[in-house]
Design a protein around this ligand. Sequence first.
Ligand code: SAJ
Length: 406
Amino acid sequence: MINVIGLGYIGLPTALMMAAHGVEVVGTDYNKELVATLNAGKTTFKEDGLDDLFQDALKAGIKFTTEYQVTDTYIVSVPTPYDKFSKKVDACYVVAAVKDVMKVCPKGATVVIESTVSPGTIEKYVRPVIEENGFKIGEDINLVHAPERIIPGNMVYELLHNNRTIGADDKAIGEKVKKLYASFCQGDIVVTDIKTAEMTKVVENTFRAVNIAFANELAKICRHDNMDVYEIIRICNMHPRVNILQPGPGVGGHCISVDPWFLVGDYPSLANVINESMKTNDSMPDFVLERIYEIMKEKGLTDISRVGLYGLTYKENVDDMRESPTLQLLESQQRHLAPGLKVYDPFITSDVVDNQYHSLDSFLDAVDLVVIMVKHNEIKENMSKLADKVVLDCHNICDLDGVYHI
Ligand code: SAJ
């Protein structure tokens, strides 16, 4: 039996996927409300295919509880934020979960850490917890790192199809855990050592953050000299060895905007490109705010409360607001200027900010300038409704005349 610890954005789909593929799974989370919701037959966030997977897993007998189980395999999938000051990974949730596992696990158990951590974190923080409990790693407890790699918005598909990395001290244990993931994963599964697996995951997300930062810097250069950044990137990407990502209003989510900081925190004098890239991405919400004021001036608009931000989530077609560029922009605007911007997001039904609307039409009635912060399908399908608005399109998705870009 597998005890999956942490039933959030990664732990829940992973637990469901294993259960739906014939593995006996119990999911544990310390959040009583979350466990009660799952036990009432409801999922806790929106994701393509998640509800069907949930039903399959329920039929297969998955259980949810707040209790840690006595079993031979644990998968720890809890958040790993970064410390805002040191920029280092904050492993407190991983450490707390492993401590709780140690209270119940029998000798011979395998503990798999799925949470993203910086290289050396498992050595520095997880191994001591196991040893302090009187277990000898490699003899009494097997320790493995199997970082997740799925993208929100396409999690179910990617869980099935992505390649994976398994890091273990002992190749045989790595192969054993590989078999467990191969119960559902159709991609290649590479077995390596723990530190390599830790570094690989962080490097993958850092590569993407640096690439997006490059696109964002190009957007600023092109804005300065009135060049079309999208056309320039499009043409450059026709070169067989160039693949530049897209500029945007900022980088959010719990991965690309977080993981690269781990390297800055751990290697402050070495991670220079990464540090500058993260600062560039973090500067984008303020850059959008400057653009709003420039455009208002150009168009003779004077009332900031007639400006609307479309989208609150960190990216399109998800309901996740972690590190959202829109929230960063609102915070910045309230700090420096009079508040008043209107906001709407079809995925956010509860009230989370001031001046929030709950239907596209009433939001559009209340504004003259619309800023497309998130490229949800809803706005793509309703672009004609923006015909009489001033539009600042931060994603280059609007083909109406006279649209402004970042
Ligand atoms: N973004 C841009 N320009 C782009 C692409 C994205 O500005 O060209 C922005 C998005 O709008 C968003 C942010 O970057 O605010 C991050 O979005 P994302 O779609 O790049 O990534 P996440 O955070 O949803 O998921 C990533 C995935 N990584 C990659 O695609 C390389 C996923 O595979 C990882 O497993 C996941 O992080 C994770 O858990 O680490």
